[in-house]
Design a protein around this ligand. Structure first.
Ligand code: WQD
Length: 338
């Protein structure tokens, strides 16, 4: 009997790619989502790719009674991968209580039920945003966590601490994965990063410019202390991120009860915004009209990962190049607009 894994936020960008990897690895994912920022059509896409349609539970995790019903229905869960969260930095600045309420209450409800139903292993979706402006680069997990640049980032920092403390008190086995900048799409082109309205993130904005939905890209700031004046980020293929979750789940299951670990997930390389534009043009042959404008509040000048711990603990390393990441994002954009 294959191992059942509860995947919260399983219809989201990283969640859906991880569900595909879980199915490919012989797990039985239970996909939990409240459809607030995703669509049931993603289930069809997962089925199309993997040839299997996972069990779907439409649940708002802030509703503890509804979430309990999922644990009662699936008393044989072997672990949890917890993606479910609101994740838009600028939205969180304008609606902090919505973010604290959703991202933290859902996590606390989940931890209480894991303890009650003796589900010990959890992998948590955290973010490099907890590093703020890092003291050293590349940044490693020993770096101190900084004052978050946004309420979204704060929910990740506080979420990590809630999980760390509950791990000790409830004898759980947990790993928080700090993603850098996930980009790209499944090679099929039918799963990817879909953002309603005007894209907040760089790569969806580039692909929407390439397909003609946007007239040009605004580069937020050209006067940073970097090699070309634009911000540096560590871009990592979403499928590399998804595969790391399978490894992390297996490692967590083998950990001693009461142990929590924290691991960076990035490429280990930094790329500037202008380098991303040029990489996209190299990967697709498409020119991206762009202009440098004022800085975006809350952006950090440069952040990229030391991934030596992920290599050691998860026996994982990224395999996709920047051009492959961008070509896959472009393929997804073209599929969306067929
Ligand atoms: C990347 C770079 C922008 C759009 C966010 C979250 C982080 C994680 C990943 C969830 C920055 C520049 C962007 C544009 C631009 N999310 N940019 N023009 O802000 O690094 O990280 O997404 O875990 O937690 O904070 O990603 O793609 O928004 O920006 O110049 O139209 O591209 O200034 O330097 P970010 P991003």
């Amino acid at each position: 009997m294959s191992k059942k894994v509860l995947v919260t936020g399983g219809l989201g960008y990283i969640g859906s790619h991880t569900v595909v990897e879980l199915l490919d690895s012989g797990y039985t994912p239970i996909v939990l989502d409240n459809l607030s920022t995703s669509d049931l059509e993603v289930m069809d896409r997962i089925e199309h790719i993997s040839g299997q349609r996972p069990i779907f539970e439409e649940v708002n995790m802030c509703d503890a009674v509804a979430l309990r019903k999922v644990f009662e229905k699936h008393p044989d869960l072997s672990g949890v991968i917890h993606f479910a969260a609101y994740l838009l930095v600028d939205e969180s600045v304008h609606q902090p209580l919505k973010y604290y309420q959703n991202n933290l209450v859902s996590t606390m409800n989940l931890l209480e039920l894991m303890s009650e139903f003796k589900v010990k292993s959890m992998v948590f979706s955290s973010s490099c945003t907890v590093y703020g402006i890092p003291d050293t680069l590349p940044v490693n997990e020993a770096e101190s966590v900084k004052e978050a640049e946004s309420p979204y980032g704060n929910t990740k920092r506080i979420g990590e601490e809630i999980i760390r403390d509950a791990t000790r008190s409830e004898e759980l086995k947990t790993i928080s994965l700090r993603y850098f900048n996930p980009i790209g799409a499944h090679h099929s082109g039918i799963l990817g990063e879909f953002q309603e309205g005007v894209p907040h993130h760089l790569v969806p904005y580039i692909t929407e410019t390439a397909i003609g939905k946007r007239s040009g890209l605004k580069v937020f700031g050209g006067d940073y202390d970097t090699r070309d004046g634009t911000c540096i980020r560590d871009y990592i293929h979403v499928v590399d991120i998804a595969k790391a979750h399978i490894s992390a789940l297996e490692v967590a299951t083998e950990m001693e009860p009461g142990v929590n670990d924290i691991i960076n997930l990035g490429s280990g390389e930094g790329s500037t915004v202008l380098e991303m534009i040029h990489a996209f043009q190299n990967a697709t042959g498409i020119n991206i009209p762009h202009e440098v404008v004022a800085r975006r509040p809350g952006d950090v000048p440069a952040v990229y990962a030391d991934i030596s711990k992920a290599k050691k603990v998860l026996n994982w390393e990224p395999v996709h190049s920047l051009e492959e990441m961008l070509a896959s994002a472009w393929k997804f954009e073209q599929t969306l607009n067929k």
